[in-house]
Design a protein around this ligand. Structure first.
Ligand code: NIG
Ligand code: FE
Length: 379
């Protein structure tokens, strides 16, 4: 069964300049042909001159949770600062929830993402913080997410108050053994109020020894060791990157570590935005992701991230769209998503607009006309 998407006004492939008046053939879940013309196929979708791009790759999300924290958000908007401690509120609710409730919530959010053009989703644990609860979160994440990340080192749970080192030991040993089989990535929140550089190294080292690849929550709330640890440990991505020293930028530029910027967090916590221009000009690979979670940013919209990145972080529309697609793929070390070349997974977003610029130009406006994920029409 093959599908041709024809009459594409602008085709963003992330493999060279956008093509005009192009067509795309999808077959067996993959892109089988890209070019100009009207190739034959079993089925035809007329894009009507609209823009087509790779589905968004959201490389950073926390979807396995129960409850929400709207009151915390409202208080923040009247002046209370964001603090990592809010995570414990969600931990309590998540621990008390049934598997079915958690599953329903993850599915709801992944569907919400698909309706907005996101076709590849990374999902973290991190609201269980016991051996059983973290393993459960990862199993549930694995039922729907494309990429699963063990984030036992999110914060120190209240049972370990005053004994961070004891909790780090648990994460790096027993919890790692139970969780690594259900995940591909290990992550740690390296930040004052969560885990310091040495504790982050210990967790990442244990993850790598258990066969996982590393990614890090780094430099979100202040300057610190996160980015340096990420680079040193060969992490695929350092996420947030809001407070960076010149040395941090240099370290990223000389590495394979992607800087994943999460502007929805700065929007929802009223923090300064990360300096995307400084990173790109230094040669750092930049990705954009939502960080969708009930605390620091409860938005699942990649289009919103793009609009903010263009408006407030001085990214060009094409840089922002690249970062939300190919950049996310790099951050997940995947070469089958985030691009629309022959052989890529058939993750396709047809915009209800003539060009990718409209994503930033018309903020807040629904612009998704059709979506395919691995060749299946989902919208
Ligand atoms: O990426 N920074 C740590 N974790 C999340 C926030 C989680 C929460 O507040 O519930 C983040 O921003
Ligand atoms: Fe996060």
């Amino acid at each position: 069964m093959s599908t041709v998407i024809s009459n594409i006004g602008e085709l963003v492939t992330n493999e060279g300049e956008p093509l005009r008046d192009a067509a795309l053939v999808l077959e067996n879940g993959r892109v089988a042909w890209v070019g100009q013309g009207e190739p034959a196929a079993d089925e035809r979708f007329d894009a009507g001159g609209r823009a087509v791009l790779p589905g968004f790759v959201d490389s950073h999300a926390h979807l396995v949770f129960a409850g929400e924290r709207a009151e915390e958000f409202a208080a923040r908007m009247s002046g209370r600062p964001y603090a990592a401690g809010g995570i414990r509120t969600t931990v309590a609710k998540t621990r008390a929830a049934s598997d079915e409730e958690l599953r329903k919530n993850v599915r709801r959010l992944v569907d919400e993402m698909a309706r907005q053009g996101t076709t590849c989703v990374e999902c973290k644990s991190g609201y269980g913080l016991t051996v059983e609860q973290e393993a459960r979160a990862l199993r549930i994440a694995g039922e729907v997410a494309d990429e699963v990340t063990f984030l036992g080192a999110h914060v120190v749970p209240k049972e370990f108050e005053g004994d961070t080192q004891g909790y780090v030991r648990l994460v790096a040993t027993e919890m790692m053994a139970a969780c690594a089989p259900h995940a591909k990535w290990v992550d740690v929140f390296c930040e004052r109020g969560a885990f310091d550089g040495d504790q982050a190294r210990e967790v990442l080292r244990a993850g790598i020894d258990a066969g996982l690849m590393a990614r890090v929550h780094a430099n979100q709330l202040g300057y610190g060791d996160g980015v340096r640890v990420a680079v040193e440990m060969g992490a695929a991505a350092a996420d947030h990157c809001t407070f960076l020293s010149d040395e941090d930028v240099e370290a990223l530029a000389g590495s394979e570590t992607v800087a994943t910027l999460l502007p929805g967090v700065e929007f929802s916590t009223r923090q300064p935005y990360p300096d995307a221009r400084r990173l790109i000009d230094a040669g750092v690979t930049v990705a954009l992701a939502t960080d969708c979670n009930p605390g620091s940013c409860y938005s699942s919209s990649m289009a919103f991230c793009i609009a903010v990145a263009v408006r407030d972080m001085k990214m060009t529309p094409s840089e922002a769209v690249w970062a939300a697609t190919a950049g996310g793929a790099r951050a997940l070390r995947r070469d089958d998503v985030g691009r629309l070349g022959v052989g890529a997974r058939a993750d396709v977003l047809v915009l209800d607009a003539p060009s990718h610029i409209h994503l930033a130009y018309r903020p807040g406006v629904p612009q998704v006309a059709a979506v395919w994920k691995a060749g299946e029409r989902v919208v």
